[in-house]
Design a protein. Sequence first.
Lengths: 331, 317
Amino acid sequence: MATPPLLVVEDLKTHFFTRRGVTKAVDGVSFTLHAGETMALVGESGCGKSVTCLSLVRLVPEPAGRIVAGRVLLEGEDLLTKSPGEMRRVRGKKIAMVLQDPMTSLNPALTIGTQVSEVVRLHQKLRGAALRERVLSALRRLRISAADRRLVQYPHQFSGGMRQRVSSAIGLSCEPRLLIADEPTTSLDVTIQAQYLELLKEVQAAAGVAIILVTHDFGIVAAIADRVAVMYAGRIVEMGTTLEVFNNPSHPYTRSLLRCLPDAGLGRQKLVEIGGQPPDLSRLPAGCPFAPRCPERQAICLEQSPPTVSVGNGHLAECWATKPVSSPGSP
Amino acid sequence: MIEAFGLKKYFPASSGFAIGASGWVRALDGVSVKVGAGETLGIVGESGSGKTTLAKIILLLERPTAGSLRFDGKDVASFTRDDLARYRRSVQAVFQDPYSSLNPRMRVEHIVAEPLPRNGDMSRAEKSDRVREVLQLVGLRRDSAVLYPHEFSGGQRQRIAIARALVTYPKFIVLDEPVSALDVSIRAQILNLLKGLQEKLGLAYVIISHDLAAARYLATRMAVMYAGKLVETGECDAVYGVPLHPYTEALLSAALPLHPSARRQRIVLRGEVPNPMKPPDGCRFHPRCPKAMERCSNEEPEGREVKPGRFTACHLY
């Protein structure tokens, strides 16, 4: 792509300093994201995907958590060197977030109208009728029916799917350039999840916003992501376009994950298990963190960190066993 | 082995300060299912469809408002004390969240031994042997019996919960969302374990899940629920292959395939699951149904066998 990327993350490291030692929750994450693109960040709990997102907006819980290295460039400006005041003007305006559980991310004691207008008032400096118009259009865009009546209602009067739409309406109300959605559909039913994902895609196409979608569900990745980054133990172990990664998974962890998932369309073939447990991030083994569970482990994997290997077409994998490929597509 | 006929469960709904019930939540409204020995019935549906209420009735944790539950041909309502004790030994459960289903203050051996009868004919040594035997069966070390739940990971905790369900030599286990709380890489371990145990011990399962893929992996027969009603039952492969009821069709199409090239036109339902206090007249699915006819809004469809072994409640057939 000729246009400069919207977001460049370089070697981001976020560590937590606790009595038990240093937990390297994010340990050298780099990626770029273009406007209008959807990138999925997949991995199991504790692999660092949520901390990566929090680091982008500098909301890592302090003082235990600290961003110790790296750069986060949004439209060329480094977010990590901004003052707290400048950062507040970025959050909600340029980068918005939608969290997993709308029942906890919305304030139960304030009306929906108050909660949506708060953001618009702060960032767009609108007041009165113009503010109300803007709030209504934000809600309507996410298909909240009878939005004018809904303004005076409280979150408990909304169903789960509607609450998630309200929370997305808040996120998108100031036309952000980047939306970070952290497991937005985990608390929703399947048919409501399908509704929400469909709507998200539609709104994205209309607004041209880039999305970082955090999920552990490869079904969601396959359905809406343009690119995937698979995380394990604080690092991106494989990254590429969605089709590339699914057709030619180049890291043993991705391969194992794809083999161990039951597919509703396929029925009863045997699932291939991944043995062992995800690693303890404060006591990471030497070498590749996946090595103890890896079916393709070699001697070197236990000693040295694996190199990043290009398998063509911007498809990267961090593994000793993966053979570099220069021509795109071929395995 | 277990047969349910026309089970209904209405919960009284009180609104705030009003005294007495202001209405009834019809959690379950006339459901009949059957599970034979060694079989796995998958019950799928969205939240509020009544699947957990059905499980609670099977586990005798709730008494049905109407309808009957039979075990080996005998009505549960007419059970004697001995029958009840036998039923409770034969029918066990594994719940969703192994963090809340295991008492953090008990050692694993006491957790697992809890379902064993207190005044039974087993000595303390026999009980302890049995506990270690089932721990081994679920893939844990025999000496993990002396540890506490917090010393285990999520997947291992779920194994402890499964061990507890197995300790009384049950014939039938109700699995309520057994893998939903687990990490993706651990799910396969537990699903394979459950499948292996079934083959080894000849267990019958009821698996309740909103995860259609997990349900399909274990189930031989499938029951789809919507708003307290059974909308479709049949052999698993047949239901997934050619869904009959429009709701089943929409539910299956909402399940996301695991490959981007399989992105397909999804049937996206409008609206939401109806309020169980005021279910719509006629077919409960008709306000959201893409194939609704006039008849659907005033006449409630009966469950009928429309193809051999396939029951559905829909006016289309």
